[in-house]
Structures are given as structure tokens and as C-alpha cells.
Design a protein around this ligand. Structure first.
Ligand SMILES: [Cu+2]
Length: 437
């Protein structure tokens, strides 16, 4: 018997487990990463520029000793990964907006043009500046009306990993993707070979829709680094032995325990700049709280190393959450009954969820339009079964200093790969804890 309650439950599950068949190949990014668009050498710049995977750095012009940047707030067409695009809001054509980069002691002028249909402002998150430059609409300045351009101008009195975002209809504008990073280098160059920055975010892109839903508080569908989800997040590339820093900012609605495999990194800084070495902590996972930034540093060792948020739902793409648990449920005969009501229904999850990606990759069932599968991506050994905030740190012995291009998959020495030694389910005699009593 299929009660109405069960029927609704299982059709909900079907929607969850049968999201659309998008490509499971490693996706190519549609946004070209640009690190240094000023055509100046690092020496002329006075710093080693930060690299924003899937993003870019905003060029500036120098006028009377002031570095002038120009942001434009606008609606954009954004691709989270091939198979999911949305109308988002961002700056200068992208979400996140371009990374701003300058040096402690600089005077900066930042023009902000509002091309939205409602007012906005920009708050310079974590910066020490005059109260009237802090960007809180109504409190520190009048709102920037549609069509208007405001100028912010202040001295950079600190260095570190900072962010910017609207402080006007903040819930909506941030939910639509308006945010960016603001990196301030110290006057003295730091001993960092590769400097990356990632901004974390969450999106309520309900299956089949094309705009993020700003009213969602906890139940998000997509979790992103620099507004991209796996498999579209560019790899973090380094040469063996290089000192790598990854700066992580969080303007999402959740805390993210960011985890890197294969190394023990140091947490070395934040919006407070690079901390004294006595304050560094050795970690393998660092929680980046909402509104915080954290810098991690490590020496690159060869391999393909997973780098991801450790909240396991944050490394999945779209899925439903309020569904019956199918694990262990005997579904024999169920498919036929449900197909009377829901043609094409496939019962899944009896033995775990891994078959989800197998079905998707085989093209068995298309899901809602414009919706990424819950788990996706293929590596050299098979399905990676990830989504969301997941990418790889790829370290090789032969990467040129300014080469950020993806080197492909790691080819480890044969003796260093885990391998099958038996297909007998009764192989060996693994000890089990004796039952007591
Ligand atoms: Cu997370």
C-alpha cells in the first residue's frame, strides 16, 4: 500500500536524488582569472599580487598620488558550474566583485556607481577609516540611488585580508552575490610565493529556478568558493617547496571549517594582517566564521590534495532536506507502484547514496532544469561524488613561478597508490570489539 503521505515523501526523495544530469567532467571556468592586470612587475607594484581563482583583480589608475578604483553595482548573468546559471547581483560584471588590492599607507579613492534598480552602499569590512566612509546606509551616509556615483576616499592604515559588501538592503543584496575581497599588503614584502584568496558564500537556488532566494536562512542549495561550485572551482596550483598562502573570507550565513589534506598548515593571519609567529597555530581544519577572514600558509608537497569545507552538506550541490531516510528500506516492488503516479521514478538510497552519481552520469534521469546534481565530478579513478565548496590543491615539481594553469591529474609513483588486494568479502580476520555481557 502506498499511502498519500508515503507517496509524497518518496516523490520528494526522487526530486532530491534525481537532480539534473549535468556534465560530470571537470568543468572549465567561464571567467578568466587575472592576477596582475596593471602590466607592472611585482617589484614596481611593491608586492606579490594575490590570485583570485575564478575571479580577477580590479585595475586602478593613479591620480595625484591617490589610487582610484571604480566599482559598478549591477545585475549579472552568473554560472555556478555548467548546468546552473542565475541572475545574480555583483560588481563590474562578476560575483564576487573584483578583488581590490593596495598597500598599507596608500590613499585610495573608490568610485561606486549604482546600476541596480534600488539603492545601495559599500561597507569596507574591517577597515579603519573615518566614520563617514564606513558605508552604512542611513547611518554613515545617504544611500546611493540608482544611477548615482559616490566617491569613498581614505588612507589605508593597516594591512591584511579584508572584504567589502553592501550595507543597504543587505540581506537581499548579499544573498544575490554582492561582495568582494580587499587585500591590503604590508609595506615590507612578505615571504609568500603564491597568495590566493577565496570568498565563501551560500545560495538558495531552488531546483528549477533562476534567481537566488534571499529569504532562506539555513536551508541553502549551493555552497561556493568565489561564487563557483565544484566541479567549476579552479584548482589551487603550486610548485613543490613553494610557500603558499590561502586567504579565506566568509560573508555567507554559515561558519565553514575549511580543511586541507596532506599537510599541516599554519593559521597565520586575518583582517589583523600577518600575525606574529608566536600567534600562529598548526591546524588541519580552520573554522572561518561568518564575517571573519583567516589566512593559512603551508609549504607545498607534490600531489592532488582535497581542499574543502568540512560540513559535508557544504560539499554537495542542490538537494532536498526534508525527506524520509531511504537507507535500509527494502524497495522491492516499490518502483512499479510509484511509477503509476510518477513516471520514470527510480528508487534509490537503500544501500547509501553513492548510486546517485552513477545514475546521473549514466543519464538515467533528468532532474529539474538549471539544477546541478547533488554529487558530481570525475577524477582519474572514478566519480568524486562532491559538489559545493570543494576543489584541489595541485602541487607539481615543474610549475613555473607565474603559471596558475591547471596541470591535470597527479601521476603518483606506482608504489604509493592504495590498491585492491582481495575481492573476497570474507578476506582476513579483522578484529572486532567483543560484545560485553
Ligand atoms: Cu561550510
Amino acid at each position: 500500500m502506498t499511502s498519500r503521505r508515503n507517496f509524497l515523501g518518496f516523490s520528494g526523495m526522487s526530486a532530491v536524488l534525481s537532480t539534473v544530469a549535468a556534465t560530470s567532467a571537470q568543468a572549465k571556468s567561464t571567467v578568466t582569472s587575472e592576477t596582475n592586470m596593471s602590466n607592472k612587475s611585482n617589484k614596481e607594484l611593491g608586492y606579490n599580487p594575490v590570485h583570485t581563482p575564478n575571479g580577477w583583480t580590479l585595475p586602478y589608475t593613479e591620480k595625484d598620488g591617490v589610487k582610484e578604483f571604480h566599482l559598478i553595482a549591477e545585475e549579472i548573468e552568473h554560472e555556478f558550474a555548467p548546468g546552473s546559471t542565475a541572475k545574480c547581483w555583483g560588481y563590474n560584471g562578476t560575483t564576487p566583485g573584483p578583488t581590490l588590492e593596495a598597500v598599507e599607507g596608500d590613499r585610495v579613492r573608490i568610485l561606486v556607481t549604482n546600476s541596480l534598480k534600488e539603492h545601495t552602499t559599500v561597507h569596507w569590512h574591517g577597515l579603519i577609516l573615518p566614520s563617514g566612509m564606513d558605508g552604512v546606509g542611513g547611518l554613515s551616509q545617504p544611500q546611493i540611488a540608482p544611477g548615482e556615483t559616490f566617491a569613498y576616499e581614505f588612507d589605508l592604515k593597516q594591512n591584511g585580508t579584508h572584504m567589502y559588501h553592501p550595507h543597504a538592503d543587505e540581506m537581499t543584496q548579499m544573498a544575490f552575490g554582492m561582495m568582494g575581497m580587499f587585500i591590503i599588503h604590508p609595506k615590507e614584502p612578505e615571504p609568500i610565493d603564491r597568495d590566493y584568496c577565496l570568498l565563501t558564500h551560500n545560495w538558495a537556488m531552488h531546483p528549477g529556478t533562476s534567481r537566488p532566494d534571499p529569504s532562506v536562512m539555513v536551508d541553502f542549495d549551493l555552497w561556493s568558493f568565489n561564487s563557483k561550485v565544484f566541479p567549476a572551482i579552479e584548482s589551487i596550483v603550486a610548485r613543490t617547496g613553494e610557500r603558499v598562502r590561502i586567504r579565506i573570507g566568509n560573508l555567507s550565513m554559515w561558519n565553514h571549517p575549511i580543511h586541507l589534506h596532506g599537510t599541516s598548515f599554519n593559521v597565520t593571519g586575518s583582517d589583523g594582517g600577518r600575525w606574529p609567529q608566536s600567534a600562529w597555530r598548526s591546524e588541519s581544519t580552520e573554522i572561518v566564521g561568518v564575517g571573519q577572514t583567516r589566512d593559512i600558509e603551508f609549504v607545498a608537497t607534490p600531489g592532488d590534495w582535497a581542499f574543502h569545507c568540512h560540513m559535508s552538506h557544504h560539499t554537495m550541490n542542490a538537494m532536498g532536506h526534508d525527506i524520509p531516510n531511504p537507507t535500509g528500506v527494502n524497495m522491492r516492488g516499490l518502483e512499479g507502484k510509484i511509477r503509476d503516479h510518477l513516471p520514470g521514478f527510480i528508487a534509490m538510497g537503500e544501500n547509501g547514496m553513492a548510486e546517485h552519481q552513477q545514475h546521473i552520469d549514466a543519464g538515467h534521469h533528468p532532474g529539474p532544469a538549471n539544477t546541478l546534481p547533488m554529487m558530481t565530478g570525475s577524477g582519474p579513478y572514478g566519480p568524486i561524488e562532491m559538489g559545493g565548496m570543494f576543489t584541489t590543491v595541485k602541487v607539481r615539481d615543474d610549475i613555473a613561478p607565474n603559471d596558475f594553469s591547471d596541470p591535470g591529474w597527479y601521476n603518483p609513483p606506482a608504489a604509493t597508490i592504495a590498491k585492491r588486494i582481495s575481492s573476497n568479502p570474507n578476506y582476513g580476520n579483522p578484529p572486532r570489539k567483543p560484545k560485553s555481557g
